[in-house]
Each structure stands twice: as C-alpha cells, then as structure tokens.
Design a protein around this ligand. Structure first.
Ligand SMILES: Nc1ncnc2c1ncn2[C@@H]1O[C@H](COP(=O)(O)OP(=O)(O)O)[C@@H](O)[C@H]1O
Ligand SMILES: [Mg+2]
Length: 256
C-alpha cells in the first residue's frame, strides 16, 4: 500500500465568484519530493496558501497522516509537523546566522524545560545549530548578520531555520525564485539532501530543478489538476505541453 502523508480532497477556493482552486485532489507520498507546477495564474500559490492555512478553503478537505486538518490553524499544523518555509520560519535580519537557527531550535523544543538556564543544554543547542548550518553549507557564515548574506545563502538559511523545527512535511514555495544558475543548483542539491528523511511539497517554476529532483509532479491549470506523474510522464503529455505553450516564456522545451 502506498503511504500517503498528505491528501487534499476536492479542495476548492473561490474569490468573489472566481474559482482559483477547483476541486483539487492530490496525494503526496511519504518521502517524496512532490512538485506543483503550472502556468501563471494556475492557482499554485492559492493552493499552497490553503495547505499552509493562510487561506480557508471554500470546499473540500485536507488530510495529514489520516487526520483532517482542514480547520486547523498554522500553529496547529506546525506542531503536527507541517511547516512552510519562508513564512512560518521568518529570518531575523539583524541576528547572526547561528542565532537564527538557534531560535528555530528553541521554538521546536518549546519553553517548558527552561533549558536556557543550563549551560549544558546551551552547548547542546549550539552543536545542533552548527550541524544544521553544516547541512546547508553555511558554517563559514555562522557569525555573519543574516541581512548581510547573499540572496542564495539567505534562502539556504531559511531552509535551515525550517529544518530546525524538524518538519515531517516541508512546504517550499519557489525555493529557487530569483536566483542565478549557481544558487539554483546549490538549492536544488540542498532540497534533495534534506528530503532524505522527510517529505517535501514544493511550488517550483524552474523545470530543470523539477526534472532533476522531483519524484512526482502535479500540473495545475486554471485551478484544476491537468496531469500528474513523473517528470517524464507529465512533460510528454500533450495537454501539459499545450498549457505551457500558451503561457509565454516558460516552456517545457530543453528540459529532460
Ligand atoms: N486574493 C485574491 N482575490 C482574488 N483573486 C485572486 C486572489 N488570489 C489569487 N487570485 C486569482 O486566482 C488565480 C490563481 O492565482 P495564483 O494562485 O496566484 O496562481 P499561481 O500561483 O499559479 O500563479 C489568479 O487568476 C489570481 O488572479
Ligand atoms: Mg504563484
């Protein structure tokens, strides 16, 4: 049996009579990197906002590990292990890179143990924070102020602060957006690496990244699921090709 960690059932969202997300039923398998792609205006961001609870669905349900989370708050789903990078775990620009990760770890641990009073637990926290920085290749930047990091490194830090909360399902909203080639490759590699022991659902525009690291792809168009499958499957689908042809500069050509 396939282990589904997250499922949407007929998820729908209207805005003043306009249907941005229309009857979307998607299953995300545990351990997968699952991508959500589609032309501009397809409803990707709206769908993501429904999942991460920034928007309420007009109809349908969201089920995480068999439990209905349709009416849960962002904080409630975070406690259950669903964390959206770049919003829940904002980076504090005036703090150091290391402190940002430490704060993420403290949020995960909660405040009930007063662990900051014990030097041993602080040392333990530092070790864990440095491990996380190592996993996103930021050790050399540990004592830099977050605001001073180059753009690609800032996104890596955001991923580290999200990882600090140890999500079971990580929601990534266009992790490579606005990046040059080198950063795109680095972030894609990083996402692949951190997916080893968790599930990732990501909106991603860069089809080379999608082709390179994603196990399964759902293609949205005009609020509905147009196609679903591996990259090889969806990129060979006539309807998908057509949808991308009509959407300007973004094409499937040249991506294998
Ligand atoms: N808050 C809103 N109010 C009205 N229409 C919206 C709102 N948010 C999104 N939409 C519309 O829903 C459609 C899907 O938008 P969006 O989810 O941002 O698409 P994508 O992220 O795939 O580009 C678009 O036509 C957009 O104009
Ligand atoms: Mg969008």
């Amino acid at each position: 049996m396939v282990d589904v960690i997250l499922e949407t059932r007929n998820l729908t969202r209207h805005f003043n009579g306009f249907t941005a997300v229309n009857d979307v039923s998607v299953k995300v398998r545990r351990g997968h990197i699952h991508a959500l792609i589609g032309p501009n205006g397809a409803g990707k961001t709206t769908f993501f906002n429904l999942l991460s609870k920034f928007l309420t669905p007009s109809a349908g349900a969201i089920v995480f590990k068999g439990r209905d989370i349709t009416d849960a708050t962002p904080a409630q789903i975070a406690r259950q292990g669903v964390i959206r990078s770049f919003q829940i775990s904002a980076v504090f620009p005036h703090l150091s890179v290391l402190d940002n990760v430490r704060i993420g770890l403290q949020r995960k641990l909660g405040t009930s143990f007063h662990f900051w009073r014990s030097e041993r637990s602080i040392a333990c926290l530092n070790d864990r924070a440095m491990d996380l920085l190592a996993s996103v290749n930021l050790v050399a930047f540990a004592h830099d102020i977050a605001a001073d990091l180059p753009y690609g490194r800032k996104r890596a830090l955001e991923i580290a602060t999200t990882l600090a909360m140890d999500p079971e399902l990580m929601l990534l909203d266009e992790p490579t957006q606005g990046m040059g080639h080198e950063d795109v490759d680095r972030i894609a590699e990083l996402v692949k690496k951190i997916s080893a022991d968790r599930t990732i659902l990501m909106v991603e525009h860069n089809l080379t990244v999608v082709a390179g690291i994603c196990d399964r792809i759902s293609v949205l168009q005009r609020g509905s699921v147009l196609a679903e499958g591996t990259y090889a499957e969806v990129s060979a689908d006539e309807r998908v090709i057509e949808a991308y042809m009509g959407s300007g500069p973004q094409t499937l050509a040249g991506v294998h």
